[in-house]
Design a protein. Structure first.
Length: 251
């Protein structure tokens, strides 16, 4: 049963997702229900093929469920058309990928600026947001560096700045430390903790790495498309976390 707490950012109710492959229908997610609080750092773990990326993509509005509903920040995204979803994603979700997906010919500044080019905004405001985002991830001194001139950890910082630059309430990260050495991975995880704790971002991270999951506030485990654990920490977190409001990072 869902609490309907005002502190909930993401509410997933009775979610089903299946794919058709040839003559076969594959049920990937089966009656999944969960909530994610505003400002929470949540890890999703589970064996390969258990449906983690499928769930992340649905919550981020990259795909539509077969059944059930998904509400993010009060908007029922599971009822949106593809074009509505695309518009919603641009403003409300930041994406962080395992292999960064930075454009090699652009500088760090230009890579971070890209999502803002899709939004109506003055050049001056755009500049302010790009500089703030790069400052938040500690890369103010690398504005003109291209990805090839940066370490893996620094490239992922640029990836996080790009995810942050539109000031989305929700950031989804699919194996964000999967390609990093343990020291760089720790720095990225620390940065994600800070984004949740200090600027109230909500991060959902898919990971295979228990060490990475440990750095989150809560871990949910998927197995064959079902949640196998919604532990006491979940209920305690929802009950005890005081309501938070959206915090504007860029003014
Ligand atoms: N577009 C698609 N078409 C058909 N089947 C798909 C599609 N996307 C995912 N699947 C299937 O759904 C199941 C779950 O995939 P998903 O990528 O969500 O798992 P995962 O837990 O993220 O796995 P991994 O840890 O290996 O990334 C798999 O059996 C996969 O083959």
């Amino acid at each position: 049963m869902l609490s309907g707490s005002p502190n909930t950012l993401v509410r997933v109710q009775d979610l089903y997702k299946s794919f058709v492959r040839g003559n076969e229908e594959i049920q990937v997610l089966k009656k999944l229900t969960l909530e994610v609080a505003r400002g929470e750092f949540l890890a999703l773990m589970g064996p390969s093929g258990s449906g983690k990326t499928t769930l992340l993509n649905l919550i981020a509005g990259l795909d539509q469920p077969t059944g059930g509903s998904i509400t993010v920040d009060g908007e029922v995204i599971s009822e949106m058309s593809e074009s509505q979803l695309a518009r919603w994603r641009t403003r409300n979700v930041g994406f962080v990928f395992q292999f960064y997906y930075l454009l090699p010919v652009l500088t760090a500044y230009e890579n971070v600026e890209l999502p803002l080019l899709l939004l109506p905004m003055s050049k001056e405001q755009r500049r302010k947001q790009v500089l703030t985002a790069l400052d938040l991830v500690g890369l103010s001194s690398r504005l003109t560096h291209r990805p090839g001139m940066l370490s893996g950890g620094q490239q992922q910082r640029v990836g996080i700045a790009r995810a942050m630059v539109t000031d989305p309430a929700l950031i989804v990260a699919d194996e964000p430390t999967g390609d990093l050495d343990s020291k760089s991975a720790d720095e990225i995880l620390k940065l994600m903790q800070i984004l949740c704790e200090q600027v109230n971002k909500t991060i959902i991270m898919v990971t295979h790495d228990p060490h990475a999951a440990e750095k989150s506030q809560r871990t949910l485990h998927l197995d064959k498309g079902r949640l196998v654990e919604d532990d006491d920490r979940t209920r305690a977190y929802m009950r005890e976390t005081p309501p938070k409001t959206n915090q504007e990072v860029f003014t």
